[in-house]
Design a protein around this ligand. Structure first.
Ligand code: ZN
Length: 150
């Protein structure tokens, strides 16, 4: 493990985690009986995400995604689905808010273990042009949760 104060080693570790989710995406695929189906596009970068959710009451029983695009957009979707699967909608909403804080550069959010692997995307806060790439899967989730409410 790199020393926590060795900034470049930590950055390399984060990049490795992003590439790992990009190359071996978690929860990629489709759901046979999805309750919510959301498509989001980021024309700035050519990213696309198709998110499918299945609910069990107020809980996200399953989350799968499809799509293509840059490593940040696809890794973010992989991290997000991994994080919210099995969680109640209220908890997923709290994670959406927390991740938005991370993308605004909040050190508090960057230290929040509830964000799991998604904390690896903290560096995106310094790259405003890439923020929409990282945010896309999470706004898709927000939309999917809204769709399930109505
Ligand atoms: Zn992108």
């Amino acid at each position: 493990m790199p020393h926590p104060h060795d900034a470049s080693a930590v950055t390399a570790l984060y990049q490795e985690l992003i590439l790992d989710h990009y190359r071996r995406p978690r929860n990629k695929g489709t759901l046979a009986n999805a309750d919510a189906h959301v498509v989001r596009k980021n024309p700035l970068c050519g990213d696309e995400i198709e998110l499918e959710l299945r609910f069990d009451g107020d809980r996200i029983a399953e989350a799968k995604f499809g799509g293509r695009g840059c490593s940040i957009s696809q890794a973010s979707a992989s991290m997000m689905t991994e994080l919210v699967r099995g969680k109640p909608a209220v908890e997923a909403r709290a994670l959406i808010r927390r991740f938005a804080e991370l993308l605004r550069g909040s050190p508090d959010a960057a230290a929040d273990e509830r964000l799991g692997d998604a904390r690896a995307l903290r560096g995106v806060a310094r790259l405003p042009v890439r923020v929409p790439c990282a945010a896309m899967a999470w706004t898709a989730l927000e939309e999917g949760l809204k769709a399930a409410e109505s």
